[in-house]
Design a protein around this ligand. Structure first.
Ligand code: GLN
Length: 259
């Protein structure tokens, strides 16, 4: 009888151990989560504003550009499927704050003010705010912009800097910067301020009406935005960014779009 009791006891101890063991395995698989290829892919919603070539734009109905390709590559590293939410630039931060999208990639500049509402990953690109004017304009630098009408995209750093430096009334805001360029063509604004690579892409596509001034307005750095306090995703994105920077994959994507 004693033997039987001790046998039953050891079986239950064994069961307990096995039970604990399997439970902790499940728990650790859960926390290691997304990177394991065997697990089904999670979905991450990327919000962007696809009016910003060469970073994000539409070509033949497809979303393309540096940020889009980087996001997809990062998705692969995180074993996540990326779903694109294309919205206005000034809706990106509220959308991240509300949790309706997981991360924003939109040639988004890191600023102190934005850091109050969202978190930024490590930076992945540098950019310069540049001034674009009509070919025959006599504006040669930022100093000539006083008393001029300046076209910007709503909510961008160009909008913030120009409003600060020249006053609200000097700034014409457009939801797409391409509309600012159209307005410049029509003589409604004297200059547009926009990120350098975007300026180059639009000016090249237009073929001759505009020139980019060589004097830079401001230098900036792009990063990915996530909801404040979402350190789990922030860390995963930071690791992925570091990885694609280190492996040269980021540069490869950039070189595909910027020559
Ligand atoms: N880099 C600028 C900003 O973050 C513009 C970005 C954009 O228009 N997509 O404000």
């Amino acid at each position: 009888m004693k033997k039987i009791i001790s046998l039953i006891l050891s079986i239950s101890v064994l069961a307990l151990l096995v039970g604990c063991g399997s439970k902790s395995t499940v728990a650790s698989t859960d926390t290691a989560s997304s990177e394991t290829a065997a697990k089904p892919k999670q979905k991450l919603i990327l919000c962007t504003n696809a009016e910003f070539p060469p970073y994000e734009y539409k070509e033949g109905g497809e979303y393309v550009g540096i940020d889009i390709e980087c996001a997809k590559l990062i998705g692969e590293k995180l074993n996540a499927e990326i779903e694109i939410m294309d919205i206005a630039f000034d809706s990106l931060i509220p959308t991240i704050m509300s949790g309706k999208a997981d991360f924003a990639m939109a040639g988004m500049t890191v600023t102190e003010d934005r850091l109050k509402n969202i978190d930024f990953t490590h930076t992945y690109q540098t950019a310069v705010q540049t001034i674009v004017v009509p070919q025959n304009s006599d504006i040669t630098s930022v100093d000539d912009l006083s008393d001029k009408k300046i076209g910007v995209q709503t909510g961008t750093t160009a909008d913030i800097y120009c409003s600060d430096d020249f006053g609200d009334e000097a700034v014409e805001r457009y939801s797409k910067i391409i509309d600012g360029f159209q307005a410049m063509k029509a003589g409604k604004v004297d200059a547009c301020v926009v990120d350098d690579q975007v300026a180059k892409a639009i000016v090249a596509q237009d073929g001759g009406s505009f020139k980019i001034l060589s004097s830079a307005y401001a230098e900036e750095e792009y990063a990915i935005a996530v909801k404040k306090g979402n350190t789990e995703l922030l860390n995963k994105l930071n690791n992925a960014i570091d990885e694609i920077k280190g492996s040269g994959q980021l540069l490869q994507i950039v070189n595909k779009y910027i020559h």
